[in-house]
Ligand binder design. Structure first.
Ligand code: PGA
Length: 245
């Protein structure tokens, strides 16, 4: 099971202290098949890496530019830069970036550059509440996957994160049958169109220590992308514990 902490635009150097608890937790649960990945803001990546490099926690970034190495792109960070400071993962296509104008074609370029740089991609997809209301969910998901992964090789370096936009930060999560249906649908596309043998699909959107046990019981879910609840070490550890115990 994967557990990804997406800190969004929160956190300062002091927040790194909360990691001590999480490191201790991973050290005492060595035999459990869990993978913890922290995605703090860019400003904390280097300090984070120093802290976790000898632990079982992995580092990820929350976005990057599609240009692989460097160039005249003010305010941007390239995949190679992320790789060089110790990141192993990058979140791409988060709805908070899509809503700022990030397109499927930019997402596709970013995914290709990340993979070429040796980074693993956490590729986010999800429908809006309007689309869901019009019963367009599967059409939207299919389009996002096909466009995002167009001509992408080595797709085993990609984790899909299904995040319905209406569930992010709202406290609302899909019903079990709906989530199970959409996760299976995503896996079928990845198997049929992208020849992934064993695709990994995570769920994200208002995951917390209270609802995670039920969510984890849904067949097909390979982990969670956690926003708000991941900023508190105790909550994040509780989410992991309730999933694996
Ligand atoms: P949330 O965010 O857990 O706060 O809903 C999830 C995400 O945006 O990845």
């Amino acid at each position: 099971m994967y557990f990804i902490a997406n800190w969004k635009m929160y956190g300062d150097l002091k927040s790194l202290n909360s990691l001590n608890k999480v490191i201790k937790f991973t050290n005492t649960n060595k035999r459990k098949k869990i993978k913890l990945i922290y995605c703090p803001p860019y400003t904390l990546l280097q300090a984070f890496y120093k802290k976790i490099k000898k632990t079982r926690i992995f580092l990820g970034a929350q976005n990057c530019h599609y240009e692989i190495s460097s160039g005249p792109f003010t305010g941007s960070i390239s995949p190679q830069m992320l790789k060089r400071i110790g990141s192993s993962y990058v979140i791409i296509g988060h709805s908070e970036n899509r809503s700022e104008g990030e397109t499927d074609s930019q997402i596709n370029k970013k995914i290709k550059s990340c993979i070429e740089s040796g980074l693993k991609v956490i590729f986010c997809i999800g429908e809006s509440s309007l689309q869901r209301g019009k019963k367009l969910t599967q059409k939207v998901l299919k389009k996002q996957i096909l466009k995002g992964l167009l001509k992408v090789r080595f797709s085993n370096n990609i984790l899909l994160a299904y995040e319905p936009i209406w569930s992010i930060g709202t406290g609302n999560v899909p019903k079990n049958y709906e989530l199970n249906k959409n996760i299976n649908f995503i896996k079928q596309i990845l198997k049929n169109k992208h020849k992934m043998k064993n695709p990994k699909v995570l769920y994200g959107g208002s995951v917390n220590p209270k609802n995670v046990k039920n969510l984890a019981s849904i067949e097909g879910i390979d982990g969670f992308l956690v926003g708000g609840a991941s900023q508190n070490a105790k909550n994040f550890i509780d989410i992991v514990k309730k999933t694996i115990i």
